[in-house]
Design a protein around this ligand. Structure first.
Ligand code: ZN
Length: 342
């Protein structure tokens, strides 16, 4: 099946009351790992690329790999999503290339570091919604500012400095018409999220529930939601790595989020850890090897295992065959109809 819109995936997830993992990619092996996990668990899936990924791989390579994925896994509804678009232009270039969903992160200025004003965020997001919906493309916005920095993107900090204000969230959705909304509830990008296992006082789950109550029809997105499991950290350190001990977002907190309107969960760090651990293991145990396949194959397998586990934990497993894809053209028409009747 062709690449599908994220809106359709998330609408279906809302109906079925499950979450969908959004996994970041930079290369062929990561895409293959995700698609194999999706096939094994029969999961719809969101594959996402950041600006960093697009420049690392060159847009076109990534896009054509995704077309190959859609061709080789026709039974899996697959979305290609832009993670953290920093400007209207970046989102436009992704839409022009064929991404079926984009994130306009107007919570930060185009430098990807400086927190912006509410008015700026509304204005750039609204522009992207207008442009994207005309082509049936989904838009994710962000209100509040996440913690941490990844791939040079982020305001730093702990994620508690700019927790999402529920009133602003409501106003933001009304003024922009976004399909999905990333909220800041204390999570951060990168591996070093928490220095101890986070509890209710660190992760603002009550805030999330409040936002969901006020916006029951908006698909909420949890960023920075790797769980950073200890065994993945241990494998890296066992084979010569030097990671400081760290904690991610516990699976049970994500599952609580899914019960309260979270439909998209972003996971990157866990997969990075799995890949690196597998490669280190080969290097340490068999230093005589030099064929890249000898370590990329186990790396791909290790990532697939993590992705399949998340798909099961988020509840998307078993749902790949629930629906047939709506074309991007029909999505565009549906959006146009909504605007006309407003
Ligand atoms: Zn993010």
């Amino acid at each position: 099946m062709p690449l599908v819109s994220m809106r359709q995936l998330l609408d279906e997830a809302a109906k079925g009351r499950y979450g969908v993992g959004a996994f970041n990619v930079n290369n062929m092996e990561q895409i293959q790992a995700i698609m194999e996990a999706a096939r094994e668990t029969q999961s719809p899936v969101i594959v996402q690329a950041s600006r960093g990924a697009r420049s690392y791989s060159q847009d076109k390579f990534l896009y054509h790999l995704m077309l190959a994925a859609a061709e080789l896994y026709p039974e899996i509804p697959t979305v290609l999503h832009l993670d953290h678009g920093n400007s209207v232009e970046t989102c436009k270039s992704a839409i022009d290339l064929g991404f079926t969903s984009v994130m306009m992160d107007g919570s930060l200025m185009p430098d990807g570091k400086t927190p912006s004003t509410f008015e700026y965020n509304v204005e750039v997001t609204r522009q992207v919604v207008e442009m994207a919906h005309a082509k049936g493309v989904t838009v994710e916005g962000e209100i509040g500012v996440l913690g941490g920095i990844e791939d040079g993107h982020g305001a730093g900090g702990t994620g508690l400095e700019h927790v999402t204000d529920p009133d602003q969230a409501v106003e933001f959705v009304e003024k922009t018409g976004v399909d999905a909304l990333a909220i800041a509830i204390g999570t951060s990008h990168g591996a070093y999220k928490f220095t101890k296992k986070p509890d209710g006082s660190v992760l603002k789950m009550d805030r999330l529930m409040d936002i969901h109550k006020r916006l029951p029809n908006v698909h909420l997105v949890m960023h920075g939601s790797s769980s950073v499991p200890k065994d993945l950290q241990d494998t890296i350190n066992q084979y010569g790595g030097k990671l400081k001990q760290t904690w991610g977002v516990p699976i049970e907190e994500i599952q609580l989020g899914i019960k309260n309107g979270v439909r998209k969960i972003n996971v990157d760090t866990d997969n990075r850890l799995a890949i690196t651990g597998a490669i280190r293991k080969v290097f340490m145990e068999t230093p005589e090897k030099f064929d890249p396949r000898d370590y990329l194959k186990p790396a791909r397998e290790a990532m697939k295992k993590v992705v399949a586990e998340r798909m099961t934990q988020f509840g998307q497993a078993g749902h790949a065959g629930d629906y047939s894809p709506i074309s991007m053209k029909d999505m565009a028409q549906a959006y146009a109809g909504k605007t006309a009747t407003k």
